[in-house]
Design a protein around this ligand. Structure first.
Ligand code: PGA
Length: 255
């Protein structure tokens, strides 16, 4: 059984003060209750500390980075290293988000370098995002693009390590647009992605690896998406910014 994993991706939203407000609100809503899913929040680096509990009794929020550099340290202005993320106690790192690919020149090759560095030099779980543009979707190139991104992104990784990676299928035309892929569309591409993992690493890895859906996922549609046999979670932008809405996502399976 694959454990569902829901990750909130705040992108460049919420400074330390707003993050602290979110923390206080979520702590109140959760009120010591646990949820059945694995979860995390990918906040901007400067806001992470606002999501950390002051006391042992405070709410523990698992944290994810939105990006990382593959080098250990050095002259890379504006970047963060794996050691820095680990020192802060982060548990996950999103790699290859479409906005990083589109605006910051990330390629399948840099994504692969980052995944390999994360596995070799940290205990963080990489969440590798991939997905087609609207044009590629219209041109019916989705399956081809997804195959290239997964094959190149996971190139050279061992079976043992591949099992622990989380994949996130995010059709770019559905991100922040309110246009969610239908459960069937998402399921079909995610099933195809699992088949690619099977070709690369075998049946056992393909059955163990978790694949999230991302793109306008929200409390109103999470249930039907999660009912699909191959969808194991969500990478959620807009709907993760509000504590109530985020908690609804974490408890989608409890009525
Ligand atoms: P969205 O973003 O939920 O706002 O569409 C998802 C993402 O980019 O990870």
């Amino acid at each position: 059984m694959r454990k569902p994993i829901i990750v909130g991706n705040w992108k460049m939203n919420k400074g330390p003060e707003e993050a602290q407000k979110f923390y206080i609100e979520l702590e109140k809503i959760m009120d010591g209750k646990t949820v059945d899913v694995e979860w995390a929040i990918a906040a901007p680096a400067l806001s992470m500390v606002s999501l950390m509990a002051d006391t042992d009794k405070g709410l523990y929020i698992p944290l994810a980075a939105q990006n990382v550099h593959h080098a250990k340290s050095g002259a890379f202005t504006g970047e963060l290293s794996l050691d820095m993320l680990m020192e802060y106690g982060l548990e996950y790192v999103i790699i290859g988000h479409s906005e990083r690919r589109e605006y910051f020149n990330e390629t399948d090759e840099t994504v692969n370098l980052k995944i390999k560095a994360t596995i070799a030099n940290s205990d963080l779980t990489p969440i590798m995002a991939f997905g087609e543009t609207e044009k590629e979707f219209d041109d019916k190139k989705t399956l081809e693009v997804v195959k290239r991104q997964i094959t190149k992104g996971l190139d050279g990784i061992s079976k043992e390590d591949a099992k622990e990676i989380v994949l996130a299928y995010e059709p770019i035309w559905a991100i922040g647009t309110g246009k969610t892929a239908t459960p069937k569309q998402a399921q079909d591409v995610i099933k195809h992605s699992r088949d690619i993992v099977k070709e690369m690493f075998g049946k056992e890895v393909s059955e163990a690896i978790r694949i999230q859906y991302g793109g306008s996922m929200k409390p109103e549609n999470i249930k039907e998406l999660m009912e699909q046999p191959d969808i194991d979670g969500g990478l959620v932008g807009g709907a993760s910014l509000d504590a109530k809405s985020f908690y609804k996502l974490l408890t989608y399976n409890k009525d």
